[in-house]
Design a protein around this ligand. Sequence first.
Ligand code: NAP
Length: 289
Amino acid sequence: MYDIIIIGGGPAGLTAAIYSARSGHKTLLLEGGAFGGQMALTEKIENYPAFPNGVEGVELGRMMREQAENLGAEIKRERAKTISLVEKTVVTRKSSYSAEKLILAMGASPRPLGVKGEKELMGAGVSYCAVCDGGFFKGRTVAIIGGGDTAVHDCEYLSRICEKVYLIHRRDMLRGGEAAFKRINLPNVEFVPNAEAEEFIAENGKLKEILLKDGRVLAADGVFVAVGTLPRSELVADQLHTEDGYIVTDENMKTSVPGVYAVGDIRKKNLRQVVTAAADGAVAASDNI
Ligand code: NAP
């Protein structure tokens, strides 16, 4: 029996583990994938305080994990299969764990675009992670779809690896405004505004072209979809109050179920950043049930 079980090893979950273990609570953190969560998919994080030259996402995740372990948190690489919020029990393939308090920190995953050919060509030209898959397109032509921070980051990253990068966006303005345009003002980047993909077209089982809704066709060896994220709340969504899949909490991160908290990108909130995820984790771990 633990005092606190945290599900998810991104910045929100790891910070919750740091605060919980440091305050003397018997703490278990379960992570089914990579420590650092979506941070681990980011080459460089430039807006997390105290890193004047930025920090690699993987490295920041590694340091947070080490800090949590040094302070006494138990960390297991196990994926939650079922979660009972009322009983506060988490079942993995290996075991079953119970606690007084649960902190849900499962984060979010990339949202599919939903165009023809997207599912079929996943891993054959269609990707959701530039840092993971960009290397496969060295010296070739790729397109990014989206207009948020992820699309801009991916654009900068891929421009250093690929010969040509299209940034396809459904509007003429990026979410980050003029500052974002400055970042993508690179010799091998072409902004394609007011454009939406209709279909990803393959040749010999690999992406060859992107057909746009206005009939234009762009030749591309790879396409990186960066149109936002979906909350990973599927294991608990029928047990608590959610809106559009995001878990609703109060300002102390309490959900609609007593003793259950939600932190980071899985939570309904305005600003999804590493620093706000970490802050959520600290608040949830410090709140008395
Ligand atoms: P996002 O901010 O939600 O942006 C999604 C983009 O995709 C928007 O430009 C949106 O267009 C576009 N889009 C959505 N659905 C679409 C569709 N069906 N077809 C075409 N385009 C579509 O997502 P994100 O960029 O992944 O960022 C998620 C969060 O992480 C944000 O809070 C972001 O600030 C944060 N983040 C931060 C950093 C960092 O370095 N600090 C890096 C990456 C992400 P519209 O603009 O027209 O709505």
